[in-house]
Design a protein around this ligand. Structure first.
Ligand code: SF4
Length: 58
C-alpha cells in the first residue's frame, strides 16, 4: 500500500507538510510529494489536506 497525492487537487497549501511526523513530504515543482522511504503510512496527512488530495492506494 502507498499514499498518493493527486496533483490536480494539490494546491501546495503545505498543511500535510506541517503535520507529517516523519518529514516525508516536500514540495516538488509546486506540488506536494511523499518520500516513500520516509513515510510510515500512519495516514496523519490525509485529513490534514484541505483539498482532499491524499489517499491510500492499494
Ligand atoms: S502517512 Fe504519515 S508519515 Fe506518511 S507522509 Fe503522511 S503524515 Fe507523513
Amino acid at each position: 500500500m502507498n499514499l498518493t497525492i493527486d496533483p490536480n487537487k494539490c494546491h501546495a497549501s503545505c498543511e500535510c507538510i506541517k503535520v507529517c511526523p516523519q518529514g516525508a513530504i516536500r514540495i516538488v515543482n509546486g506540488k506536494a510529494h511523499i518520500d516513500e522511504s520516509k513515510c510510515d503510512l500512519d495516514g496523519i496527512c490525509i485529513p490534514a489536506c484541505p483539498h482532499d488530495a491524499i489517499q491510500f492506494e492499494e
